[in-house]
Design a protein around this ligand. Structure first.
Ligand code: NDP
Ligand code: GDR
Length: 372
């Protein structure tokens, strides 16, 4: 069998890194789109890097941007991919309220640019396309749990842009018989999740507080509920979606929903800290009730969490919980990871990273505190 070629946009992101690993293990040649940046931005895929002077590489990175059609057309022409995974996006919901036009361009029109490049190049018969759609499309609760037929009600510039991307993918499939599919993925996390998404913000803070590097964690809406899975389970499903006979759209979720407050409680419990929550709404705080880890010199009664309204969103998505029955029944997909294991992996990984951070500080190298 000939070696398959994949093109991943967003290769430097959480999912791009896990998907690259997954496809390389399957014997693919993987091409990734990376943005030019004034600092190195390839941390998550550096372990896959191959010296450009070596022949027959199976992992190659190209400069580009989702807002540049000429670049995307040229790359797709050169690469002639069997599969494109369009993962690139300005993916932070809160930030999308600050950069709405750019988000529409990169996340919405970006998807069109990929689809249209494939069509212009006459690759409809060869290239299959995966579009990274999202549970944010459901937005304001219409139905619980959410399935492939639940109506959309997007609640952010990000979600509205992704709604355009969703429908243009369906439209190109129907209009030009392209193998183009949406994976409607619910939140998925990992130790390499971006530091400003709530799960990673919490696990980093837990590690830093335990090690005495940070006093307090500030969060927004603690009542929001999300269906959190592990990114490794979800990238496997991205690939499965492109291996079936017919192109379709798929919900990928664990079917369990958890409040942000509960995630906080579980993450602190992972380092032996029991929290007590007091107050309501903007006045809610959490204090250390007990700490059964003698390594951490933490004062009982210390305030370690406060709500800060700056993290509230102008319009919030209150409750997400997905029903992935279609993926389970038709593709046999079941997640291998549970929430407890995910939190444990994230907290333990951040503890290691923060121990390195402490070491640098002790050596006189100041490190930054991020409070976003
Ligand atoms: P990340 O934010 O970790 O990664 C996003 C990637 O897109 C990065 O590689 C980023 O590059 C790149 N990117 C952003 N803007 C551009 C641009 N204009 N041109 C080229 N590349 C760009 O996201 P995830 O890995 O978590 O998510 C992958 C995709 O799946 C995204 O589209 C996201 O919206 C979607 N999604 C994610 C879910 C999740 O829970 N993780 C759930 C559902 C959907 P750089 O590294 O330079 O910033
Ligand atoms: P989300 O993820 O918006 O669901 O989008 P995020 O982790 O940012 O927020 C989840 C929920 O937590 C609440 N929250 C906070 N969120 C952040 N980031 N920071 C805080 O301090 C904070 N406090 C409370 C939020 O209000 C929200 O309700 C993610 C992204 O990966 C999208 O790209 C993807 O499409 C969806 O998941 C599915």
């Amino acid at each position: 069998m000939t070696q398959k070629t994949a093109f991943i946009t967003g290769v430097t992101g959480q999912d791009g890194a896990y998907l690259s690993e997954f496809l390389l293990k399957k014997g693919y040649i993987v091409h990734g789109l990376k943005r030019r940046s004034s600092l190195f931005n390839t941390d998550r895929v550096d372990h896959l890097y191959q010296d450009p002077h070596v022949e027959n590489r199976d992992f190659l990175l190209h400069y580009g941007d989702m807002t540049d059609s000429t670049n995307l057309i040229r790359l797709i022409q050169e690469i002639q991919p069997d599969e494109i995974y369009n993962l690139a996006a300005m993916s932070h919901v809160k930030v999308s309220f600050e950069v709405p036009e750019y988000t529409g361009n990169a996340d919405g029109l970006g998807a069109l640019r990929i689809l249209d490049a494939v069509r212009l190049l006459g690759l409809e018969g060869k290239t299959k396309i995966y579009q990274a759609s999202t549970s944010e499309l459901y937005g304001k609760v219409q139905e619980v749990p959410q399935t492939e037929t639940t109506p959309f009600y997007p609640r952010s510039p990000y979600a509205v842009a992704k709604m355009y991307a969703y429908w243009i993918t369906v439209n190109y499939r129907e209009a030009y018989q392209m193998f183009a599919c949406n994976g409607i993925l619910f939140n998925h996390e990992s130790p390499i999740r971006g530091e400003t998404f709530v799960t990673r913000k919490i696990t980093r803070a837990v590690a830093r507080i335990a090690l005495g590097l940070q006093d307090k964690l500030y969060l927004g809406n603690l009542d929001a509920r999300r269906d959190w899975g592990h990114a490794k389970d979800y990238v496997r499903m991205m690939w499965m979606i492109l291996q079936v006979d017919e192109p379709e759209d798929w919900v990928i979720a664990t079917g369990k929903t958890t409040a942000v407050r509960e995630f906080v409680r579980l993450a602190f419990a992972e380092v032996g800290i029991t929290l007590e929550f007091k107050g309501k709404g903007e006045a809610e705080k959490a204090y250390i009730k007990a700490c059964d880890n003698p390594d951490y010199k933490l004062e009982i009664g210390k305030e370690v969490l406060a709500v800060d309204p700056r993290y509230f969103r102008p319009t919030e998505v209150d409750l997400l919980v997905g029903d992935a029955s279609k993926a389970r029944n038709k593709l046999g997909w079941v997640p291998e990871y549970q929430l407890n294991g995910l939190i444990q992996e994230m907290v333990q990984s951040d503890l290691k990273l923060m121990e390195q951070d402490r070491y640098l500080r002790e050596g006189g190298y100041g490190t930054l505190n991020y409070y976003e």
